[in-house]
Design a protein around this ligand. Structure first.
Ligand SMILES: [Zn+2]
Length: 141
């Protein structure tokens, strides 16, 4: 018989550090929803159509590419201005989730600037972006 241990508990103050990604993301999206600036970003018809046409796997590969080229380097000449405010759904997701520049990444996600992002951090940022897009596509009715 296999014993399983319950490790995640929402009342546990450590849950945000040690809990599942779902719990971490729920807490993050809750914080983002309280920001007037972050919460005003939405996927509109044009972007939704683009996501449907490309499919989530392709959108994810675009996100990986943007993160690797525009966020991951240790030094970014135009940091704070590298993410357009419109256009690709991933750009909108980056502003909505504070994954738009290294300044916001530090303020909201505690990932320090001045060094390259690790592979794990790049994956985390991509996961956050994709979670926001999935939520937006789900909210559609
Ligand atoms: Zn920013």
């Amino acid at each position: 018989m296999r014993l399983t241990t319950v490790t995640a508990c929402s009342s546990d103050p450590r849950a945000s550090m040690t809990g599942s990604q779902d719990a971490r993301f729920a807490a993050l999206f809750d914080r983002l929803s309280r920001s007037k600036f972050r919460s005003r970003f939405r996927l509109h018809d044009r972007e939704r159509q683009y996501v449907r046409e490309k499919g989530m796997a392709v959108i994810r590969s675009h996100a990986e590419d943007f993160v690797a080229k525009r966020l991951a380097p240790a030094v970014i000449a135009n940091d704070g201005r590298q993410t357009p405010m419109r256009g690709h759904p991933v750009f909108l997701a980056q502003h909505a989730t504070a994954c738009c520049c290294r300044g916001c990444l530090y303020k909201w996600h505690r990932i320090p600037p001045g060094r390259a992002l690790t592979q794990a951090e790049q994956r985390y940022v991509t996961d956050v972006i994709m979670a926001w897009i999935e939520r937006q596509m789900r909210d559609e009715s």
